[in-house]
Design a protein around this ligand. Structure first.
Ligand SMILES: [Zn+2]
Length: 170
């Protein structure tokens, strides 16, 4: 539930034409509302990952049984089915593979705003066992497997907290 709502009401009337006997009837009023709302939103057991992105910290999860480290985080180790625990990583890693995309699916405002072509990178972050797919902003750089990357943090607001980060050359 929102804790703050502000409204701007702008009523516009269209005047009827002088030679139109029904002009007033055809007129309309338009109301523009500007709402500001705060939502309480859960991303489940991954919520801490997104909260820490806002704090410019990068977290993975680790399995105490087999030692695998998951980035993106997983609440359960898929190999052992054991609950994992949070572990902070440096946010640095290496580029394993990538795709240059010439079409933006426009699934939300942040993705729709991407200029094509853009690069979807699979990064192996230092200390992680899994690949992390995300946007790589490396305009003008020639990409090569193994090149060093880092997590770069974006200022909000964003339409989804995953857009609080992207990859950049280290
Ligand atoms: Zn495990």
């Amino acid at each position: 539930m929102s804790d703050k709502v502000s409204s701007l009401i702008d009523i516009t009337e269209r005047a009827g034409c002088a030679d139109d006997a029904w002009g007033d009837f055809r007129g309309f009023e338009r109301i523009t509302l500007e709402l500001k709302q705060r939502y309480h939103y859960s991303l489940g057991r991954q919520s801490r990952f997104f909260i820490e992105l806002e704090n410019r910290r990068f977290f993975a999860t680790a399995c105490a049984s087999c030692g695998r480290v998951y980035a993106p985080p997983r609440p359960l180790c898929p190999a052992c089915l054991q609950p994992t625990t949070w572990r902070e990583l440096s946010g640095e890693g290496s580029l394993e593979t990538w795709s240059a995309l010439h079409f933006s699916p426009g699934t939300n405002a942040d993705v729709a705003a991407l200029q094509t072509p853009y690069v979807l990178a699979y990064a192996l972050l230092d200390g992680a066992s899994t690949l992390f797919p995300h946007l790589l902003r490396a305009e003008g750089e020639s990409l090569r497997q193994g090149m060093r990357l880092r997590v770069a943090y974006n200022e909000g607001p964003v339409s989804h907290p995953i857009h609080l980060m992207h990859f950049a050359p280290a």
